[in-house]
Design a protein around this ligand. Structure first.
Ligand code: HEC
Ligand code: HEC
Ligand code: HEC
Ligand code: HEC
Ligand code: HEC
Length: 179
């Protein structure tokens, strides 16, 4: 439970944010009309291919272990990729690159495809959606068929979230999604 001081602080932040939104309203409208709202795929440090892994019937949660049980889907460390790739196509240029990160103990910084701006003060949680039986494809499209993961649906879209919440009797209270 949040204490009263924290709740007051929250309400203060909201007032501030709504005022900012009024000021920035015209900018937001312009941005929303510019395109269909999905971001183009970022370039990744290693050319990962979902399709090749779903073809061999790997489960999404084998690499994204939090997707049904945690807030964030997450991604396994390179060591987990290496259990296969020490043996499978180990001389493929992208695998050579991948193993280089592991050997040099360098972080592999995958670029985000879906990203709700921290300034929107939203916390998206995977777990309740999995529990309610919403499949990955509803929010991410058919990633298993993608050679390059791209954003099929604009997930940083409040009216998209709220429309589904209304249709599925989930909460539309501001503080369900905002902190
Ligand atoms: C109800 C919609 C919804 C469903 C269902 C959903 N996701 Fe997501 N996913 C999102 C949103 C929204 C984000 C961006 C969250 C953010 O920026 O904080 C995201 C982010 C991600 C990310 C990157 C960030 C992270 O959390 O690690 C991965 C990977 C991911 N999802 C995988 C999956 C997988 C696998 C499934 C199915 C088991 C799934 N998602 C189901 C909406 C969904
Ligand atoms: C269960 C074993 C397994 C695991 C674990 C695994 N892969 Fe793979 N990976 C494969 C197979 C099989 C292929 C396809 C090989 C082929 O084309 O002959 C592949 C192909 C690839 C390719 C080449 C794609 C292309 O365009 O040809 C890359 C890059 C890759 N994997 C990266 C990764 C990364 C990164 C991870 C960890 C997040 C990972 N793999 C985990 C089995 C695995
Ligand atoms: C072999 C490991 C592996 C498997 C299996 C796998 N993924 Fe991924 N996934 C990755 C890697 C590596 C990335 C980051 C690179 C990229 O974006 O392509 C990623 C990225 C993503 C993203 C974009 C994350 C973001 O930044 O928003 C989504 C969404 C996603 N995966 C969903 C899925 C779904 C759905 C499945 C099952 C159909 C799945 N993944 C199966 C390794 C995997
Ligand atoms: C396809 C439908 C769908 C979409 C899209 C969707 N949700 Fe949900 N959401 C649900 C359902 C169903 C539940 C579970 C409600 C329950 O358990 O009572 C839920 C639950 C939640 C919860 C947990 C609520 C609680 O009481 O614990 C949060 C937080 C949430 N959603 C945030 C979001 C955000 C943020 C977005 C957009 C980025 C979003 N959702 C998009 C269907 C959806
Ligand atoms: C089901 C989830 C959900 C609910 C409920 C919700 N929001 Fe949001 N809201 C979001 C998401 C997701 C974004 C992020 C959109 C983006 O990144 O552009 C957002 C963005 C916003 C923004 C813009 C912030 C910015 O910096 O871009 C404001 C203001 C806002 N919401 C106010 C509200 C108010 C007020 C309520 C209650 C009446 C509410 N929201 C209820 C999900 C939700």
């Amino acid at each position: 439970m949040k204490d009263v001081a924290q709740q007051k602080q929250d309400i203060g932040n909201w007032g501030h944010m709504l005022a900012n939104m009024l000021l920035a309203g015209s900018v937001i409208l312009t941005a929303a009309c510019g395109n269909n709202g999905t971001a183009s795929p970022p370039s990744q440090p290693v050319a990962f291919n979902h399709q090749k892994h779903i073809e061999i019937e790997m489960e999404c949660t084998r690499c994204h272990p939090g997707a049904t049980t945690q807030t964030q889907a997450g991604l396994v460390p390179i060591a987990a990729c290496a259990t296969c790739h020490r043996g499978i196509i180990s001389d493929h240029p992208e695998i050579v690159k991948l193993m280089g990160y592991l050997e040099n103990n360098e972080p592999l910084l995958w670029q985000r495809v879906n990203n709700i701006a921290p300034s929107a003060m939203v916390q998206f949680k995977h777990k309740p959606h999995a529990r309610a039986g919403v499949p990955c494809t509803t929010c991410h499209g058919d990633v298993g068929q993608m050679s390059v993961a791209y954003q099929a649906i604009n997930t940083a879209n409040m009216s998209w979230c709220i429309t589904c919440h209304q249709n599925s009797d989930a909460s539309t209270d501001c503080l369900t999604c905002h902190y």
